[in-house]
Design a binder for this molecule. Sequence first.
Ligand code: IFM
Length: 450
Amino acid sequence: MTDLEFPQGFTWGAATAAFQIEGAWDQDGKGESIWDRFNHQPYRILNGDTADIACDHYHHMPEDVALMQDLGIQSYRFSISWPRILPGGTGKIETRGLDFYDRLVDRLLAAGITPMATLNHWDFPQALQARGGWPNRDSVEWFTNYAQVVFEKLADRVPLWATHNEPFVVALSGYADGQFAPGIASFPQALRACHHLLLAHGRTVELYRQLGYDGQIGIVLNLATFLPKTDQPQDIAAAHRIEMLINGLFLDPIFRQQYPPALVEWIGEMWPEFEGDDMHVISQPIDFLGINFYFGQIVRYSPNGLLKLRSEQQIDPGWGMTDKGWGVCPSQLTALLKHIKEAYTDIPLYITENGLSVNTPADQNGVINDQARINYLRAHFQAAHQAITEGVDLRGYYVWSLMDNFEWAEGYSLRFGLIDVDFSDPNRKRTPKASFHWYRDVIKKNKICT
Ligand code: IFM
């Protein structure tokens, strides 16, 4: 047995997102989001689930902060629902919505937990979707105005801000394959959405600096590794293409001030024209990069599809697949962190999400012994520790997720939480799982035992 100690001051946290936990979808003046609209449509969500109530965090917030305090996390990553604050997306402010986050932040601080707030975790106002959504360049201004309202209320007490969570998913799953809200299938629209998300990010970073807050601002990207299946040039090029689509589409503009040349060339005429100064705004220096890590892929050339490739999940020896269908490969977390440092940036990194979807039923005593989640987290913490040992400036780790929640198109069928939520109970009873107790011990000792 070896003890692996983390650097002093390393931040242990847990993450959630507004739409996935809050419920109260139409209460206290909240406007409709694109996910409200989408999850009320037939066939969009597995089993017809909706997030109308979800974990009912909107009404259970004090209890949830008490659970966080019991867990011992030093930071809590949550997102703010844009239409809860601006029901029409722009214009009239709903103070009851703002007050909810105000109370959350105060309660977190009183519990000694540092808030990390994400402005956009996908629940875009439906009223603005009706005006074209992210593919409309006006979305940049809509978003910065919303950010300003939130900053003015909360930035005096929230020291860590992320503009977007996984803009790749917003743009590609929402606009290219239509699997997520708003359910549009148009690759050119997805590229426009992507560009405006990036521009909105850059303008919001500029605004945050102009307003003079002394906290930190960054962005959260879903990143993965992509290994060619063979050393054939066709497979190597295919792996590079998908890496540029998933990682490079956001990393390159932010850190290299350009879209990945290989991708632009491949996409050809479908690539939209953008205005001159945009890349400068997009590449504003940020204070940290948040990385959501879940899997690696093995890629080979295939004559089919736009990118002409096929990929499969990478699985490390001795591991398998998660309930979500993602391969478990902790080795790739070390590889990814080192790659980001070597190829892109030396700024501080956070793992802003990582966790396992596994449904472990309660035993006859009501105990949820999710040993699989403990094993998964331990291996990933170890991989992160390895990266730190090799010189990566990793500052913290947020487990996804604090509690079971609404997993988008898969509804309540997948469970990512350290805390079980009984979705059949009108009171949404919460039960900490074995992984909660294990994580509490890791946090207390700031080390893992491998
Ligand atoms: O639940 C999601 C989260 O909203 C974004 N990152 C991945 C998680 C698991 O799919």
